[in-house]
Design a protein. Structure first.
Length: 468
């Protein structure tokens, strides 16, 4: 039922085995605008309308023409360059640089890497590296981001009790090596977090794949990526002769690094289109909202998308139960699409039994509580990633009432379409099975309580607003 977990990567950690990541996963697709309104393709829309929907109004059929070159530094959108020093924190620098770039030029904010690396629900020290699913979990749980001035980098101290200054509600994952999608995301949305392989550990090191005279990098070997950076522009005509080992053709992405302004062109450098790793993993932070957008988040997956589960079919049902507080209204639900072209239906079940695990069990008089539900929303998601779906109608709930969000999901080409949090046995994730009550079903009628049967939490959040 659960997907296999191949060894993953640990960008920014220059030694040790990679993190074990659950992935039939993140070499999928994506990108979008705040709260993802343009990225969502409603099920009832026509195929023509679907073809025009996409990230920030983007799609392959979009009439917006991309220039042959584009550079945030020339557009007033250049994010600040950080310096990771001797720590394996490039993954966090890249995540927060990409995040802040999505707010530019309207807002110029620097977020705390120290806080992300020390308060992320994983058991890795800052010198042990990390990767972008850790960033996603940290941001989507509203653990952060926090301002850099509240938790400065590199001082060995990270205060407790800091609150997120923004709420991230959507993160999309662009298709691997889809350079058109990457450029469109950079042009209309924000920097794209990606990764490359390098034997360099800082800006003073040398590499046969890096030309310091032209600040140009290209690696075409077999090694997996181990260093994250952010794509903030491109030049289709960048000459292949600029690289120390000449690639097949011209063209390069303009990227930030986290080795300070002494590296490259004041912290920026060129990566060839022919680099084997750039543009394979592509993360875009597409839904960044004020920290007062909702009053409470209900969740049981603080470590986020670690694995996937299903019944050997592209369709499955999953659910998470929570308890309402006084005066609350259910306003939205959030979940992961584990690959492109995912379709979903969201339901609500109310007045569930208080005892954990009983919502999927037939009542004495007959009937399963989770099967007494009503439809709240349905639609489609072009790309993989995490999406928050606001409901057209905010639903008032009774104080102390147990309710459940139920999702029917269909992801073409997958056999494990449901994202889960679980302990992979590698000692990295602090998974708590007592903080959630999740269910799984192959037909929406017969349910299993996954904390008991599968030792996991489903990744499904609910967002609450206080009633007037």
């Amino acid at each position: 039922m659960r997907s296999e977990k191949p060894a993953g990567r640990r960008p920014g950690g220059f030694s040790g085995a990679g993190l074990l990541l659950a992935l039939t996963l993140v070499l999928a697709s994506c990108a979008g605008e705040p709260a993802g309104e343009a990225a969502r393709v409603r099920a009832e829309e026509s195929a023509d309308e679907e073809a025009c929907a996409g990230i920030g109004g983007l799609a392959e059929s979009s009439s917006a023409l991309l220039p042959a070159s584009y550079d945030y530094r020339k557009e007033g959108r250049a994010p600040r360059i950080g310096n990771q020093g001797e720590l394996g924190t490039c993954w966090a620098f890249a995540s927060l640089t990409a995040l802040s770039s999505s707010l530019l030029p309207e807002e110029d904010l620097t977020f705390s890497v120290d806080h992300m690396t020390r308060h992320n629900h994983f058991q890795l020290e800052p010198n042990e590296g990390g990767e972008y699913t850790m960033s996603m979990a940290y941001l989507l749980s509203w653990t952060g981001p926090v301002p850099e001035e509240a938790d400065p980098y590199g001082d060995g101290i990270s205060p407790e009790g800091l609150s997120a200054c923004r709420h991230v509600q959507e993160i999309q994952i662009l298709p691997p090596k889809d350079y058109e999608a990457i450029k469109r995301a950079v042009y209309l949305q924000g920097g794209v977090q990606s990764a490359l392989y390098t034997s360099m550990e800082n800006g003073m090191d040398e590499s046969p794949h890096y030309n310091p005279q032209t600040n140009a990098y290209c690696y075409e070997g077999p090694s997996a990526p181990n260093h994250d950076s952010v794509i903030i522009g491109w030049d289709d005509a960048y000459p292949k002769e600029s690289f120390s080992i000449e690639p097949e053709g011209d063209g390069a992405f303009i990227c930030t690094n986290s080795w300070g302004e002494e590296f490259g062109d004041e912290g920026y450098f060129y990566v060839s289109y022919y680099d084997i790793n750039i543009g394979v993993n592509n993360i875009v932070y597409t839904g960044i909202e004020p920290a007062d957008n909702y009053d409470r988040i209900c969740q049981g997956d603080l470590c986020g998308w670690i694995g996937q589960i299903g019944y050997g079919n592209e369709e499955a049902w999953f659910s998470a139960a929570y308890t309402a507080e006084a005066g609350e209204h259910l306003a939205a639900a959030g979940f992961y699409a584990t690959d492109k072209d995912t379709e979903y239906e969201i339901y609500l079940a109310r007045q569930l039994p208080r005892e954990p695990g009983m919502a999927g069990v037939p009542k004495a008089g007959g009937g399963v509580p989770l099967n007494d539900r009503r439809l709240l929303a349905q639609g489609g998601l072009r790309y993989a990633g995490y999406y928050t779906i606001p409901f057209e109608e905010k639903i008032p709930l009774e104080e102390g009432e147990k309710f459940a969000i139920i999702i029917k999901i269909m992801t073409p080409g997958t056999v494990h379409p449901v994202a889960i949090e679980y302990d992979a046995g590698d000692g990295t994730a602090q998974v708590d099975l007592t903080d959630g009550e999740g269910y799984l079903s192959f037909d929406g009628k017969r349910w299993e309580h996954v904390e008991e049967t599968q030792r996991c939490n489903v990744c499904l959040k609910a967002y609450m607003e206080a009633g007037e």
